[in-house]
Design a protein around this ligand. Structure first.
Ligand code: AMP
Ligand code: GLY
Length: 423
């Protein structure tokens, strides 16, 4: 079958790499793709906001499955007209995408279904939000309700910062996303992520990972989209994974079905774990980036039947095989990221990284003839496997050190928690 993959990040390079290995995949179209995806499929220009145009392209190219990588087109409802036209989609409907598109929606679902999460208040009124924060005190967490490209969350350690964050939201710092605000109890513990493939009624566990959100070594500096990740996450032992499935994911699927918005696609649970007890921080309705890169390195099964089953049902019978290896990815970003950075620097030495135990997934790159240029903040995902976290980390940094890119940087401590546990 012909497949269309939407997106341009490291997540989409990793998905394209797995999808293109499937015997079910004839032509893989990628819109828009990046400097690394070109060799895996056919790049096409597509305005993903033009839903009628996307459906027309799928008809024209006989595309039978559309895989949506990022959250924005999902929250925008791209899956609905595709499904209405009889095209299979990996990704939830507009209604079900509210699990990521509105933090208040998810908190209300948690209330209704008794899903363990931080206590909260939901406000559309500036003065009431301030009053609540003053009564609760710090530390406290302020969240713009809608999508804010990962920037809408302030973990405030004192009252002044909390009130300033409330003011920012209501003064329009996050546009429409901040017109409603969720104020949450501050949770402590260790963060980890767990992924589930869902077909509306059933869910299967689809791997665990830990991300590194801060830009600097030792988890310092501003938040980013993610500077590296590894899988599996040792803190998510079998018993904790079962609790996440039973206490969060199955009630979520039930609650979504009850409201006529069954969830299909991948459900990404961001968790805080303390003394073996998981609480839900947030849901995302797509794979994590860079978490997807480490999951794809470990996935042994053909991914295409799994993506199709999410749309068409029957996931409960699906078998998923994973490598017992550890996978770890180091994000290389352009100097200056997550603030301003230059575009157009040249990356050399990538051919020295090709081997069986590692893979460099591209994100913000473009290919000009045989040159690779950096055109984004997060640019490369240098990914390696090993028999444990320590070995995967060593292998990944060996590859990083072969890349000749003076305008780039990376953290040198990706995987530190897992490596510490091993030593
Ligand atoms: P989110 O965009 O909701 O994942 O939040 C971004 C980051 O803020 C999370 O990865 C956590 O590190 C932190 N965070 C979010 N909510 C809470 C909370 N209730 N307590 C403590 N930290 C939080
Ligand atoms: N790496 C975090 C995310 O994709 O949301």
């Amino acid at each position: 079958m012909n497949i269309l993959l939407i997106g341009s990040g490291g997540r989409e390079h990793a998905l394209a790499w797995k999808i293109s290995q499937s015997s079910l995949c004839d032509t893989l179209f990628i819109a828009p793709g990046n400097g690394g995806t070109q060799e895996l499929g056919e790049h096409i220009k597509l305005d993903v906001e033009d839903h009628v145009g996307v459906v027309a392209l799928c008809k024209l190219q006989n595309i039978q499955l559309v895989v949506v990588g990022p959250e924005i087109p999902l929250v925008d409802g791209l899956a609905d007209p595709l499904r209405a036209a009889g095209i299979a989609v990996f990704g939830p409907s507009k209604a079900a995408s509210q699990l990521e598109g509105s933090k208040a929606f998810t908190k209300e679902l948690c209330d209704r279904m008794n899903i363990p999460t931080a206590g909260y208040g939901h406000f559309t009124n500036h003065a009431e939000a301030r009053k609540y924060v003053e009564a609760q005190g710090a530390p406290i967490v302020i969240k713009a309700d809608g999508l804010a490209a990962g920037k809408g969350v302030t973990v405030a350690m004192n009252l002044d910062d909390a009130l300033a964050a409330i003011d920012d939201c209501f003064d329009g710092a996050f546009g429409e996303a901040g017109a409603e605000v969720v104020v949450e109890e501050f949770l402590t513990g260790e963060e980890a992520s767990m992924f589930f493939l869902c077909d509306g009624t059933d869910a299967i566990a689809f791997g665990t990972a830990q991300d590194h959100k801060r830009v600097g070594d030792g988890d310092t500096g501003p938040n980013t989209g993610g500077m590296g990740a590894y899988s599996p996450a040792p803190i998510l032992d079998d018993a904790t994974q079962k609790r996440v499935m039973d206490e969060m994911v199955l009630p979520t699927l039930q609650g979504m079905s009850e409201m006529g918005a069954p969830f299909s696609g991948v459900l990404f649970a961001g968790l805080m774990i303390k003394d073996g007890t998981p609480k839900l921080i947030e849901y995302n309705v797509r794979f994590g980036d860079p978490e997807c890169q480490v999951l794809m390195m470990r996935l042994q099964s053909d991914i295409v039947p799994l993506l199709l089953a999410c749309d068409q049902g029957g996931l409960a019978k699906a078998k998923v095989e994973w490598s017992s290896d550890f996978a770890l990815t180091v994000v290389m970003a352009t100097n200056g990221y997550p603030a301003t950075y230059i575009k157009g620097s040249q990356i050399k030495g990538l051919s020295a990284t090709a081997n069986k135990k590692s893979h460099v997934f591209h994100a913000g790159t473009q290919r000009l003839d045989n040159l690779i240029q950096a055109v984004g903040g997060r640019v490369l995902n240098v990914t390696a496997i090993g028999k444990n976290a320590t070995e995967a980390q060593t292998n990944a940094y060996k590859m990083v050190d072969r890349i000749d890119w003076p305008e780039g940087f990376c953290r040198r401590d990706i995987g530190w928690r897992a490596v510490e546990r091993e030593s």
